[in-house]
Design a protein around this ligand. Structure first.
Ligand SMILES: *[C@@H]1O[C@H](CO)[C@@H](O)[C@H](O)[C@H]1NC(C)=O
Ligand SMILES: *[C@@H]1O[C@H](CO)[C@@H](O)[C@H](O)[C@H]1NC(C)=O
Length: 517
Protein backbone atom coordinates (compact mmCIF):
# COMPACT_ATOMS: atom_id res chain seq x y z
CA UNK A 1 0.00 0.00 0.00
CA UNK A 2 2.68 2.38 1.10
CA UNK A 3 4.84 1.61 -1.88
CA UNK A 4 1.97 2.19 -4.35
CA UNK A 5 1.32 5.62 -2.84
CA UNK A 6 5.04 6.31 -3.18
CA UNK A 7 4.92 5.17 -6.79
CA UNK A 8 1.97 7.42 -7.60
CA UNK A 9 3.71 10.31 -5.90
CA UNK A 10 6.92 9.71 -7.81
CA UNK A 11 5.02 9.44 -11.10
CA UNK A 12 3.16 12.67 -10.34
CA UNK A 13 6.38 14.44 -9.41
CA UNK A 14 8.24 13.22 -12.45
CA UNK A 15 5.25 14.13 -14.58
CA UNK A 16 5.21 17.66 -13.29
CA UNK A 17 8.98 18.03 -13.43
CA UNK A 18 8.96 16.98 -17.06
CA UNK A 19 5.97 19.27 -17.62
CA UNK A 20 4.09 16.68 -19.65
CA UNK A 21 2.08 18.33 -22.39
CA UNK A 22 -1.49 17.19 -22.87
CA UNK A 23 -1.97 15.05 -26.00
CA UNK A 24 -2.54 17.04 -29.21
CA UNK A 25 -6.10 17.38 -30.53
CA UNK A 26 -5.08 15.78 -33.83
CA UNK A 27 -2.06 15.05 -35.97
CA UNK A 28 -0.81 18.26 -37.58
CA UNK A 29 1.13 18.71 -40.81
CA UNK A 30 4.15 20.92 -40.34
CA UNK A 31 6.49 22.20 -43.06
CA UNK A 32 10.01 23.14 -41.97
CA UNK A 33 11.79 25.43 -44.41
CA UNK A 34 15.56 25.52 -44.35
CA UNK A 35 16.63 25.50 -48.00
CA UNK A 36 19.71 27.63 -47.20
CA UNK A 37 21.21 26.25 -44.04
CA UNK A 38 24.33 24.84 -42.50
CA UNK A 39 24.55 21.64 -40.53
CA UNK A 40 24.47 23.61 -37.29
CA UNK A 41 21.20 25.31 -38.27
CA UNK A 42 19.84 21.91 -39.09
CA UNK A 43 20.94 20.66 -35.67
CA UNK A 44 18.72 23.28 -34.03
CA UNK A 45 15.71 22.03 -36.04
CA UNK A 46 16.20 18.29 -35.56
CA UNK A 47 15.30 18.05 -31.83
CA UNK A 48 12.14 20.11 -32.43
CA UNK A 49 11.17 18.06 -35.49
CA UNK A 50 11.68 14.79 -33.60
CA UNK A 51 9.75 15.95 -30.55
CA UNK A 52 6.83 17.05 -32.76
CA UNK A 53 7.03 13.79 -34.71
CA UNK A 54 6.95 11.84 -31.43
CA UNK A 55 3.59 13.46 -30.74
CA UNK A 56 2.21 12.06 -33.96
CA UNK A 57 2.61 15.12 -36.18
CA UNK A 58 3.85 14.78 -39.76
CA UNK A 59 6.94 16.83 -40.49
CA UNK A 60 8.24 17.70 -43.95
CA UNK A 61 11.63 19.41 -44.22
CA UNK A 62 12.74 21.32 -47.30
CA UNK A 63 16.49 21.42 -46.93
CA UNK A 64 19.93 21.46 -48.52
CA UNK A 65 21.31 19.05 -45.92
CA UNK A 66 21.68 15.27 -45.88
CA UNK A 67 19.02 13.39 -43.94
CA UNK A 68 19.53 13.69 -40.19
CA UNK A 69 16.63 11.79 -38.65
CA UNK A 70 15.29 8.31 -39.23
CA UNK A 71 11.98 9.12 -37.58
CA UNK A 72 9.11 7.66 -39.67
CA UNK A 73 7.08 10.87 -39.24
CA UNK A 74 9.83 13.09 -40.68
CA UNK A 75 10.14 13.35 -44.45
CA UNK A 76 13.14 15.14 -45.94
CA UNK A 77 12.88 16.92 -49.26
CA UNK A 78 16.39 17.92 -50.35
CA UNK A 79 16.41 20.39 -53.26
CA UNK A 80 19.95 19.42 -54.32
CA UNK A 81 20.87 22.82 -55.76
CA UNK A 82 24.65 23.20 -55.84
CA UNK A 83 24.78 26.39 -53.75
CA UNK A 84 25.82 27.04 -50.18
CA UNK A 85 27.49 23.68 -49.82
CA UNK A 86 29.69 23.55 -46.77
CA UNK A 87 32.25 21.39 -48.50
CA UNK A 88 32.76 24.10 -51.16
CA UNK A 89 33.31 27.01 -48.82
CA UNK A 90 36.75 27.64 -47.41
CA UNK A 91 36.10 29.47 -44.18
CA UNK A 92 39.77 30.02 -43.52
CA UNK A 93 39.93 32.19 -46.67
CA UNK A 94 36.72 34.06 -45.85
CA UNK A 95 37.74 34.65 -42.28
CA UNK A 96 39.36 38.08 -42.35
CA UNK A 97 37.69 39.17 -45.55
CA UNK A 98 34.15 40.13 -44.67
CA UNK A 99 33.45 41.58 -48.10
CA UNK A 100 34.23 38.18 -49.56
CA UNK A 101 31.80 36.39 -47.26
CA UNK A 102 29.10 38.96 -48.07
CA UNK A 103 29.85 38.76 -51.78
CA UNK A 104 29.22 35.03 -51.55
CA UNK A 105 25.74 35.65 -50.09
CA UNK A 106 25.02 38.35 -52.67
CA UNK A 107 25.48 35.80 -55.45
CA UNK A 108 24.29 32.61 -53.77
CA UNK A 109 20.96 33.84 -52.36
CA UNK A 110 19.58 35.36 -55.60
CA UNK A 111 20.73 32.24 -57.48
CA UNK A 112 18.78 30.01 -55.08
CA UNK A 113 15.78 32.34 -55.43
CA UNK A 114 15.92 31.97 -59.23
CA UNK A 115 16.22 28.21 -59.28
CA UNK A 116 14.53 26.83 -56.18
CA UNK A 117 10.99 26.91 -57.57
CA UNK A 118 12.08 25.20 -60.79
CA UNK A 119 13.13 22.06 -58.91
CA UNK A 120 10.24 19.57 -59.48
CA UNK A 121 9.94 18.41 -55.83
CA UNK A 122 9.93 22.01 -54.63
CA UNK A 123 7.39 23.03 -57.24
CA UNK A 124 5.12 20.23 -56.09
CA UNK A 125 5.60 21.11 -52.42
CA UNK A 126 4.81 24.75 -53.19
CA UNK A 127 1.55 23.76 -54.89
CA UNK A 128 0.36 21.85 -51.86
CA UNK A 129 1.61 24.27 -49.23
CA UNK A 130 -1.89 25.09 -47.97
CA UNK A 131 -2.20 21.51 -46.70
CA UNK A 132 0.13 22.41 -43.86
CA UNK A 133 -1.07 23.72 -40.52
CA UNK A 134 2.03 25.78 -39.91
CA UNK A 135 5.42 26.58 -41.46
CA UNK A 136 8.58 26.72 -39.38
CA UNK A 137 11.32 28.65 -41.18
CA UNK A 138 15.02 29.12 -40.48
CA UNK A 139 15.20 32.87 -40.08
CA UNK A 140 18.75 33.50 -41.26
CA UNK A 141 19.34 33.50 -45.06
CA UNK A 142 15.97 31.94 -45.99
CA UNK A 143 13.98 34.84 -47.43
CA UNK A 144 14.03 32.81 -50.66
CA UNK A 145 11.39 30.56 -49.04
CA UNK A 146 9.01 33.39 -48.10
CA UNK A 147 6.58 32.60 -50.99
CA UNK A 148 5.66 29.45 -49.03
CA UNK A 149 4.46 31.63 -46.13
CA UNK A 150 1.73 33.37 -48.08
CA UNK A 151 -1.62 32.88 -46.32
CA UNK A 152 -0.29 30.22 -43.96
CA UNK A 153 0.64 30.83 -40.28
CA UNK A 154 4.40 30.65 -39.70
CA UNK A 155 7.04 30.57 -36.99
CA UNK A 156 10.66 31.62 -37.40
CA UNK A 157 13.57 29.93 -35.68
CA UNK A 158 16.51 32.20 -34.92
CA UNK A 159 19.32 29.68 -34.76
CA UNK A 160 21.79 32.32 -33.58
CA UNK A 161 19.60 33.58 -30.72
CA UNK A 162 17.84 36.92 -30.67
CA UNK A 163 18.57 38.61 -33.97
CA UNK A 164 17.93 42.38 -33.92
CA UNK A 165 16.46 42.55 -37.44
CA UNK A 166 13.82 39.88 -36.85
CA UNK A 167 13.11 41.19 -33.37
CA UNK A 168 12.35 44.61 -34.85
CA UNK A 169 9.90 43.04 -37.32
CA UNK A 170 7.99 41.64 -34.33
CA UNK A 171 7.92 45.10 -32.78
CA UNK A 172 10.79 44.73 -30.30
CA UNK A 173 13.59 47.01 -31.48
CA UNK A 174 16.63 46.13 -29.39
CA UNK A 175 18.53 48.92 -27.69
CA UNK A 176 22.09 49.09 -29.09
CA UNK A 177 23.29 50.58 -25.79
CA UNK A 178 23.51 47.01 -24.51
CA UNK A 179 22.23 44.51 -27.13
CA UNK A 180 25.14 43.32 -29.26
CA UNK A 181 25.01 43.19 -33.03
CA UNK A 182 24.41 39.60 -34.10
CA UNK A 183 27.97 39.04 -35.29
CA UNK A 184 29.99 41.10 -32.84
CA UNK A 185 30.44 41.95 -29.22
CA UNK A 186 32.85 44.10 -27.26
CA UNK A 187 34.36 43.99 -23.79
CA UNK A 188 31.78 44.90 -21.14
CA UNK A 189 30.81 47.51 -19.99
CA UNK A 190 30.60 49.10 -23.45
CA UNK A 191 32.54 52.33 -23.87
CA UNK A 192 30.91 55.26 -25.66
CA UNK A 193 32.82 54.32 -28.83
CA UNK A 194 31.64 50.74 -28.67
CA UNK A 195 28.06 51.90 -28.22
CA UNK A 196 28.46 54.30 -31.10
CA UNK A 197 29.93 51.57 -33.27
CA UNK A 198 27.30 49.07 -32.15
CA UNK A 199 24.46 51.46 -33.06
CA UNK A 200 26.06 52.08 -36.42
CA UNK A 201 26.42 48.30 -37.02
CA UNK A 202 22.77 47.60 -36.13
CA UNK A 203 21.54 50.24 -38.59
CA UNK A 204 24.02 49.47 -41.35
CA UNK A 205 23.33 45.75 -41.26
CA UNK A 206 19.54 46.21 -41.33
CA UNK A 207 19.79 48.62 -44.28
CA UNK A 208 22.28 46.43 -46.14
CA UNK A 209 20.11 43.36 -45.75
CA UNK A 210 16.62 44.72 -46.14
CA UNK A 211 16.85 47.91 -48.19
CA UNK A 212 20.05 48.19 -50.18
CA UNK A 213 21.38 44.86 -51.31
CA UNK A 214 20.27 41.37 -50.31
CA UNK A 215 16.47 41.62 -50.14
CA UNK A 216 16.13 43.68 -53.34
CA UNK A 217 18.17 41.05 -55.22
CA UNK A 218 16.02 38.20 -53.90
CA UNK A 219 12.82 40.19 -54.41
CA UNK A 220 13.71 40.74 -58.06
CA UNK A 221 14.19 37.02 -58.65
CA UNK A 222 10.97 36.12 -56.80
CA UNK A 223 8.81 38.83 -58.47
CA UNK A 224 9.85 37.50 -61.86
CA UNK A 225 8.28 34.14 -60.96
CA UNK A 226 5.41 35.21 -58.67
CA UNK A 227 4.18 38.58 -59.95
CA UNK A 228 0.97 38.37 -57.89
CA UNK A 229 2.66 37.72 -54.55
CA UNK A 230 2.85 40.47 -51.87
CA UNK A 231 6.35 41.85 -51.25
CA UNK A 232 8.64 39.54 -49.26
CA UNK A 233 8.99 42.08 -46.46
CA UNK A 234 5.20 42.27 -46.17
CA UNK A 235 4.93 38.48 -45.97
CA UNK A 236 7.59 38.53 -43.24
CA UNK A 237 5.57 40.99 -41.17
CA UNK A 238 2.84 38.37 -40.75
CA UNK A 239 5.08 36.24 -38.50
CA UNK A 240 3.26 34.64 -35.55
CA UNK A 241 6.11 33.61 -33.30
CA UNK A 242 9.87 33.54 -33.09
CA UNK A 243 11.73 30.69 -31.35
CA UNK A 244 15.14 31.89 -30.18
CA UNK A 245 18.13 29.63 -29.72
CA UNK A 246 19.15 31.43 -26.53
CA UNK A 247 18.44 31.44 -22.83
CA UNK A 248 18.86 34.23 -20.31
CA UNK A 249 21.15 32.13 -18.15
CA UNK A 250 23.68 31.74 -20.99
CA UNK A 251 23.26 35.09 -22.75
CA UNK A 252 22.54 38.55 -21.45
CA UNK A 253 18.90 38.70 -20.31
CA UNK A 254 16.95 40.87 -22.76
CA UNK A 255 13.40 42.25 -22.80
CA UNK A 256 11.29 39.97 -25.02
CA UNK A 257 7.74 39.99 -26.37
CA UNK A 258 5.32 37.13 -25.67
CA UNK A 259 5.91 36.17 -29.33
CA UNK A 260 9.66 35.68 -28.70
CA UNK A 261 10.27 32.43 -26.85
CA UNK A 262 13.72 31.37 -25.68
CA UNK A 263 14.33 27.67 -26.36
CA UNK A 264 18.14 27.68 -26.31
CA UNK A 265 20.15 24.46 -26.07
CA UNK A 266 17.33 22.18 -27.32
CA UNK A 267 19.95 19.78 -28.64
CA UNK A 268 21.72 19.38 -25.29
CA UNK A 269 21.03 16.11 -23.51
CA UNK A 270 22.40 14.03 -20.65
CA UNK A 271 25.47 11.96 -21.51
CA UNK A 272 25.34 8.45 -22.93
CA UNK A 273 28.09 5.96 -22.07
CA UNK A 274 31.24 6.37 -24.21
CA UNK A 275 32.62 3.59 -26.42
CA UNK A 276 34.87 1.41 -24.25
CA UNK A 277 38.12 2.40 -25.94
CA UNK A 278 37.45 6.13 -25.67
CA UNK A 279 36.28 5.80 -22.07
CA UNK A 280 39.47 4.08 -20.96
CA UNK A 281 41.63 6.51 -22.94
CA UNK A 282 40.01 9.46 -21.18
CA UNK A 283 39.95 7.89 -17.72
CA UNK A 284 43.57 6.77 -18.15
CA UNK A 285 44.94 10.30 -18.44
CA UNK A 286 46.33 11.36 -15.08
CA UNK A 287 46.38 15.12 -15.81
CA UNK A 288 43.05 15.32 -17.58
CA UNK A 289 42.00 15.55 -21.21
CA UNK A 290 41.61 18.40 -23.69
CA UNK A 291 38.96 18.05 -26.38
CA UNK A 292 39.74 19.94 -29.61
CA UNK A 293 37.17 20.41 -32.37
CA UNK A 294 36.56 23.13 -34.93
CA UNK A 295 32.95 22.09 -35.41
CA UNK A 296 30.90 20.60 -38.20
CA UNK A 297 31.04 23.48 -40.67
CA UNK A 298 34.80 23.88 -40.94
CA UNK A 299 36.86 20.90 -41.91
CA UNK A 300 40.23 20.77 -40.19
CA UNK A 301 41.74 19.46 -43.41
CA UNK A 302 41.18 22.88 -45.04
CA UNK A 303 43.23 24.41 -42.22
CA UNK A 304 46.47 26.01 -43.45
CA UNK A 305 49.47 23.73 -42.80
CA UNK A 306 51.35 26.15 -40.56
CA UNK A 307 48.49 26.06 -38.02
CA UNK A 308 48.29 22.29 -38.12
CA UNK A 309 51.97 22.11 -37.23
CA UNK A 310 51.52 24.64 -34.43
CA UNK A 311 48.80 22.52 -32.84
CA UNK A 312 50.89 19.35 -33.08
CA UNK A 313 53.88 21.08 -31.47
CA UNK A 314 51.74 22.60 -28.73
CA UNK A 315 49.93 19.35 -27.90
CA UNK A 316 53.26 17.48 -27.77
CA UNK A 317 54.35 19.76 -24.94
CA UNK A 318 51.25 19.16 -22.82
CA UNK A 319 51.07 16.58 -20.01
CA UNK A 320 47.37 16.11 -20.84
CA UNK A 321 45.92 13.82 -23.44
CA UNK A 322 44.25 15.55 -26.39
CA UNK A 323 41.28 14.32 -28.42
CA UNK A 324 41.32 16.05 -31.78
CA UNK A 325 38.40 15.92 -34.19
CA UNK A 326 40.19 15.93 -37.51
CA UNK A 327 39.02 14.73 -40.90
CA UNK A 328 41.98 13.25 -42.70
CA UNK A 329 45.37 11.68 -42.16
CA UNK A 330 47.98 13.30 -39.95
CA UNK A 331 51.63 12.37 -39.76
CA UNK A 332 53.88 12.71 -36.76
CA UNK A 333 51.06 12.64 -34.22
CA UNK A 334 52.39 12.67 -30.63
CA UNK A 335 51.48 9.75 -28.32
CA UNK A 336 49.20 11.88 -26.17
CA UNK A 337 46.98 12.87 -29.12
CA UNK A 338 44.06 10.84 -30.43
CA UNK A 339 42.69 11.76 -33.87
CA UNK A 340 39.23 10.89 -35.07
CA UNK A 341 36.88 12.23 -37.69
CA UNK A 342 33.72 11.57 -35.73
CA UNK A 343 33.36 11.83 -31.97
CA UNK A 344 30.37 11.81 -29.57
CA UNK A 345 30.98 15.41 -28.53
CA UNK A 346 28.40 15.75 -25.76
CA UNK A 347 29.38 12.46 -24.13
CA UNK A 348 33.02 13.55 -24.18
CA UNK A 349 32.27 17.00 -22.75
CA UNK A 350 30.21 15.41 -19.97
CA UNK A 351 33.15 13.26 -18.81
CA UNK A 352 34.66 14.75 -15.69
CA UNK A 353 38.22 14.01 -16.76
CA UNK A 354 37.73 16.29 -19.80
CA UNK A 355 39.00 19.61 -18.51
CA UNK A 356 38.96 22.03 -21.43
CA UNK A 357 37.04 22.27 -24.70
CA UNK A 358 39.31 23.88 -27.31
CA UNK A 359 36.69 25.07 -29.81
CA UNK A 360 35.92 27.30 -32.80
CA UNK A 361 33.32 29.00 -30.59
CA UNK A 362 30.22 27.90 -32.52
CA UNK A 363 27.01 28.64 -30.61
CA UNK A 364 25.87 25.00 -30.35
CA UNK A 365 29.30 23.86 -29.15
CA UNK A 366 29.34 26.64 -26.58
CA UNK A 367 25.88 25.65 -25.35
CA UNK A 368 26.98 22.02 -25.02
CA UNK A 369 30.07 23.05 -23.05
CA UNK A 370 27.97 25.15 -20.67
CA UNK A 371 25.33 22.42 -20.32
CA UNK A 372 28.01 19.85 -19.45
CA UNK A 373 30.04 22.41 -17.43
CA UNK A 374 33.33 22.27 -19.35
CA UNK A 375 35.53 25.42 -19.50
CA UNK A 376 36.37 26.71 -22.98
CA UNK A 377 39.27 28.01 -25.01
CA UNK A 378 37.90 29.50 -28.25
CA UNK A 379 39.65 30.09 -31.55
CA UNK A 380 36.92 31.78 -33.63
CA UNK A 381 36.84 31.47 -37.41
CA UNK A 382 33.79 33.22 -38.84
CA UNK A 383 30.21 34.56 -38.46
CA UNK A 384 29.05 34.71 -34.83
CA UNK A 385 32.06 32.85 -33.43
CA UNK A 386 34.06 36.01 -32.52
CA UNK A 387 31.00 37.24 -30.65
CA UNK A 388 30.61 33.95 -28.77
CA UNK A 389 34.32 34.01 -27.95
CA UNK A 390 33.98 37.47 -26.47
CA UNK A 391 31.07 36.16 -24.41
CA UNK A 392 33.23 33.26 -23.15
CA UNK A 393 35.89 35.71 -22.01
CA UNK A 394 33.49 38.33 -20.63
CA UNK A 395 31.67 35.77 -18.52
CA UNK A 396 34.78 34.01 -17.25
CA UNK A 397 34.06 30.62 -18.87
CA UNK A 398 37.52 30.61 -20.43
CA UNK A 399 39.41 32.67 -22.95
CA UNK A 400 39.96 33.04 -26.68
CA UNK A 401 42.90 33.20 -29.07
CA UNK A 402 43.28 34.87 -32.46
CA UNK A 403 44.56 32.93 -35.49
CA UNK A 404 46.94 35.68 -36.67
CA UNK A 405 48.71 35.86 -33.31
CA UNK A 406 48.85 32.12 -32.70
CA UNK A 407 52.12 30.63 -31.38
CA UNK A 408 52.89 27.30 -29.72
CA UNK A 409 53.53 29.09 -26.42
CA UNK A 410 50.20 30.86 -26.56
CA UNK A 411 48.28 27.64 -27.07
CA UNK A 412 50.14 25.86 -24.27
CA UNK A 413 49.85 28.83 -21.89
CA UNK A 414 46.16 29.45 -22.53
CA UNK A 415 45.23 25.79 -22.11
CA UNK A 416 47.36 25.46 -18.98
CA UNK A 417 45.86 28.60 -17.46
CA UNK A 418 42.29 27.35 -17.98
CA UNK A 419 43.22 23.89 -16.65
CA UNK A 420 44.93 25.17 -13.52
CA UNK A 421 42.75 28.06 -12.41
CA UNK A 422 39.60 26.71 -10.72
CA UNK A 423 37.60 29.90 -11.38
CA UNK A 424 36.81 28.83 -14.95
CA UNK A 425 35.21 25.59 -13.84
CA UNK A 426 33.35 27.43 -11.09
CA UNK A 427 32.01 30.03 -13.52
CA UNK A 428 30.85 27.48 -16.06
CA UNK A 429 29.12 25.48 -13.32
CA UNK A 430 27.43 28.65 -12.11
CA UNK A 431 25.95 29.03 -15.59
CA UNK A 432 25.25 25.34 -16.18
CA UNK A 433 23.02 24.80 -13.16
CA UNK A 434 20.48 27.57 -13.99
CA UNK A 435 20.45 26.46 -17.64
CA UNK A 436 19.15 23.07 -16.51
CA UNK A 437 16.77 24.62 -13.96
CA UNK A 438 13.70 25.25 -16.12
CA UNK A 439 10.03 24.40 -15.59
CA UNK A 440 9.95 22.40 -18.83
CA UNK A 441 12.70 21.42 -21.23
CA UNK A 442 13.35 23.92 -24.06
CA UNK A 443 12.17 21.33 -26.60
CA UNK A 444 8.84 20.89 -24.80
CA UNK A 445 8.47 24.65 -24.68
CA UNK A 446 9.08 24.87 -28.43
CA UNK A 447 6.57 22.06 -29.04
CA UNK A 448 3.97 23.80 -26.87
CA UNK A 449 4.30 27.11 -28.71
CA UNK A 450 4.30 25.49 -32.15
CA UNK A 451 1.03 23.70 -31.37
CA UNK A 452 -0.30 26.90 -29.76
CA UNK A 453 0.17 28.83 -33.01
CA UNK A 454 -1.72 26.10 -34.88
CA UNK A 455 -4.51 25.85 -32.28
CA UNK A 456 -5.03 29.61 -32.36
CA UNK A 457 -4.81 29.94 -36.15
CA UNK A 458 -1.70 32.11 -36.21
CA UNK A 459 -2.22 33.41 -32.65
CA UNK A 460 -2.96 37.06 -33.50
CA UNK A 461 -3.22 37.75 -29.75
CA UNK A 462 0.60 37.54 -29.63
CA UNK A 463 1.17 40.41 -32.06
CA UNK A 464 2.71 43.52 -30.56
CA UNK A 465 1.01 46.80 -31.51
CA UNK A 466 4.54 48.16 -32.04
CA UNK A 467 4.84 46.04 -35.17
CA UNK A 468 2.12 48.11 -36.85
CA UNK A 469 3.86 51.45 -36.34
CA UNK A 470 5.97 53.33 -38.84
CA UNK A 471 9.46 54.44 -37.83
CA UNK A 472 8.26 58.00 -37.31
CA UNK A 473 5.50 56.79 -34.97
CA UNK A 474 7.70 54.24 -33.19
CA UNK A 475 10.46 56.74 -32.41
CA UNK A 476 7.74 59.32 -31.61
CA UNK A 477 9.39 61.77 -34.01
CA UNK A 478 5.99 63.34 -34.72
CA UNK A 479 5.27 63.76 -31.01
CA UNK A 480 8.73 65.16 -30.35
CA UNK A 481 8.25 67.55 -33.26
CA UNK A 482 4.92 68.70 -31.80
CA UNK A 483 6.52 69.19 -28.39
CA UNK A 484 9.26 71.32 -29.91
CA UNK A 485 6.69 73.30 -31.80
CA UNK A 486 4.69 73.90 -28.62
CA UNK A 487 7.80 75.07 -26.77
CA UNK A 488 8.75 77.39 -29.61
CA UNK A 489 5.25 78.88 -29.77
CA UNK A 490 5.23 79.31 -25.99
CA UNK A 491 8.63 81.03 -25.97
CA UNK A 492 7.62 83.26 -28.85
CA UNK A 493 4.39 84.28 -27.09
CA UNK A 494 6.18 84.92 -23.80
CA UNK A 495 8.71 87.10 -25.59
CA UNK A 496 5.94 89.14 -27.20
CA UNK A 497 4.20 89.60 -23.87
CA UNK A 498 7.49 90.56 -22.18
CA UNK A 499 8.21 93.09 -24.92
CA UNK A 500 4.80 94.68 -24.64
CA UNK A 501 5.15 94.96 -20.86
CA UNK A 502 8.68 96.36 -20.92
CA UNK A 503 7.68 98.79 -23.66
CA UNK A 504 4.80 99.98 -21.46
CA UNK A 505 6.99 100.38 -18.37
CA UNK A 506 9.81 102.05 -20.27
CA UNK A 507 7.31 104.24 -22.11
CA UNK A 508 5.61 105.43 -18.92
CA UNK A 509 8.90 105.99 -17.07
CA UNK A 510 10.11 108.00 -20.10
CA UNK A 511 6.98 110.17 -19.88
CA UNK A 512 7.55 110.71 -16.16
CA UNK A 513 11.10 111.84 -16.88
CA UNK A 514 9.79 114.37 -19.40
CA UNK A 515 7.32 115.71 -16.83
CA UNK A 516 10.05 116.11 -14.16
CA UNK A 517 12.21 118.10 -16.59
C1 LIG B 1 38.39 40.24 -50.27
O1 LIG B 1 37.62 39.53 -51.20
C2 LIG B 1 37.28 40.26 -52.38
C3 LIG B 1 36.35 39.42 -53.21
O2 LIG B 1 36.83 38.13 -53.42
C4 LIG B 1 38.56 40.63 -53.12
O3 LIG B 1 38.24 41.41 -54.28
C5 LIG B 1 39.46 41.45 -52.19
O4 LIG B 1 40.68 41.71 -52.82
C6 LIG B 1 39.72 40.67 -50.89
N1 LIG B 1 40.44 41.53 -49.97
C7 LIG B 1 41.52 41.12 -49.31
C8 LIG B 1 42.11 42.12 -48.36
O5 LIG B 1 41.99 40.01 -49.45
C1 LIG C 1 -1.26 36.21 -42.18
O1 LIG C 1 -1.39 35.17 -41.22
C2 LIG C 1 -2.69 34.66 -41.01
C3 LIG C 1 -2.61 33.61 -39.94
O2 LIG C 1 -1.45 33.63 -39.22
C4 LIG C 1 -3.22 34.09 -42.30
O3 LIG C 1 -4.53 33.61 -42.12
C5 LIG C 1 -3.19 35.17 -43.37
O4 LIG C 1 -3.62 34.64 -44.60
C6 LIG C 1 -1.77 35.70 -43.51
N1 LIG C 1 -1.73 36.76 -44.49
C7 LIG C 1 -0.91 36.74 -45.53
C8 LIG C 1 -0.99 37.91 -46.47
O5 LIG C 1 -0.11 35.86 -45.72
Amino acid sequence: MKSTTMCVLVVMLVGSIMGKLSPPERSYKILMLLPVSSRSHRNVFTPLAEALADRGHKIVMLTNQPKSSKHPNIEDIPHDLPYYREENINFFDNRKNHSRALLMLETVLPAVARELYKVPVVKDLYKRRKEFDVMVIDQLFNEVAYPFLHEVPFITVSTSGMEPRMSSVLGNVPNPAYVPHFLQDHPRPLSIWHRFYNTFSHIRHALYWRKWTILPLIQKAISAQFPELPLLLDLERNVSLSLLNSHFSINAPLPLLPSQVEVGAMHCRPANPLPQELESWITGSRSGVIYFSLGSFVRSSSMPVQYRDLFIQAFRRLPQRVIWKYEGELEDVPDNVMISKWLPQQDILAHNNVKVFFTHGGLLSMQEAIYHATPLLALPIHSDQPKNSMFIKNSGLGDFLIWEELTTDMIVDALTKILNEPKYKENVLRMSVPLRDQPVSPTELAVFWTEYVIRHKGAPQLRSPAAQLSWVEFLMLDVIFLLHLAVIVLLFTLRRIFRVITAKILGSSGKMKEKND
